[in-house]
Write a protein that binds this ligand. Structure first.
Ligand SMILES: [Mg+2]
Length: 310
């Protein structure tokens, strides 16, 4: 398990106010490569999580999204002079009001839902409690917080009281920090104490953790890549649970050998007591039978105790 920084794409890593499907139009924002290199060197996995509703609106295709992501990865590696800076891209092409029918739905991967972060945590063994999200929109912050991460809202130097920021008021409240630039967001992360709700080893132990082998170019993942796998895992978990319940029931209803012995001893104790009752006129004999019955009754109790502790 290791920490990650989840990065929004548009207006966090690259300048893009419109529908970008052309890799040649990719422009990194100022200082991005240097800021990401600091996180990379500090041991954070860097994972891009981006809504790509332009696919749902028919502005560009998933192949275009992939090409843009390859371009972003290459530009960042080039500027930072390091290979494989970005570990992975996750994007959500769905939109509830899509014009392209096959993409018309809400989806757990679509921010503000945390689906992309949760999937990345499963795929790359990420400790969400020690991870961060950086984004410029309220939905980014909401997704990060819903996944259990700390979240930094980029306001690009705007005051929180300007009208443009008004709609982000809720997210501003929810954000762990507000930063003017990606560089200052990185500063916040590197100076922060580890989260108290840590579920894993500290960053200094990262070298011992098992990590997937780095790939030269990060893969771009859409929800289509995982549903079958996720469903299969869920089905398997349900089956395991059902099997566990079945075994538990069987054990409870089980008539164990010890229980059989206890029943036999109990019958013997009753028989001895009955025989003793027939000797009422001879007190000595009566006492002997009754002592015998009492001893066997003790055996019954002992056997039952052993059975209960089994
Ligand atoms: Mg954005």
């Amino acid at each position: 398990m290791q920490p990650a920084v989840f990065l929004d794409r548009d207006n966090t890593l690259i300048a893009n106010d419109g529908d970008l499907g052309d890799p040649n139009q990719v422009r990194l924002m100022d200082g991005v490569a240097g800021a990401l290199k600091r996180l990379h060197d500090a041991g954070y996995r860097l994972i891009v999580v981006t809504n790509q509703g332009g696919v749902a609106r028919g502005k560009y295709t998933e192949e275009d999204v992939d090409a843009v992501h390859q371009r972003i990865a290459a530009l960042i590696d080039e500027a930072a002079e390091t290979d494989g800076m970005l570990d992975r891209f996750y994007y959500c092409p769905y939109h509830p009001q899509a014009s392209v029918e096959e993409y018309r739905r809400d989806h757990p991967w679509r921010k503000p839902h945390p689906g992309m972060l949760l999937q990345a945590a499963r795929d790359l063994h990420i400790d969400l409690a020690q991870s961060w999200l950086i984004g410029d929109q309220p939905r980014d912050i909401q997704a990060g917080r819903a996944a259990g991460c700390r979240a930094i809202l980029l306001n690009h130097g705007r005051s929180r009281h300007e009208p443009a920021e008004q709609r982000a008021e809720d997210a501003t409240e929810e954000a762990t920090e507000i930063a003017g630039t990606l560089e200052s967001a990185v500063e916040v992360i590197l100076n922060a104490a580890p989260a108290r709700a840590s579920t894993t080893a500290r960053r200094t132990n990262l070298a011992d953790d098992v990590a997937p082998a780095p790939t030269p170019m990060p893969a771009s993942h859409s929800p289509r890549d995982v549903p079958d796998d996720t469903l299969r895992q869920m089905r398997q978990s349900m089956q395991e649970l059902a099997e566990e319940i079945r075994l538990e029931r069987m054990q409870r209803g089980d008539f164990s050998p010890l229980m059989m012995v206890a029943v036999l001893f109990q019958l013997l104790a009753l028989l001895l007591a009955l025989l003793g009752m027939l000797q009422l006129e001879q007190p000595a004999a009566f006492m002997n039978w009754m002592i015998g019955a009492g001893l066997v009754q003790l055996l019954v109790i002992t056997t039952l105790l052993f059975d209960a502790r089994r």
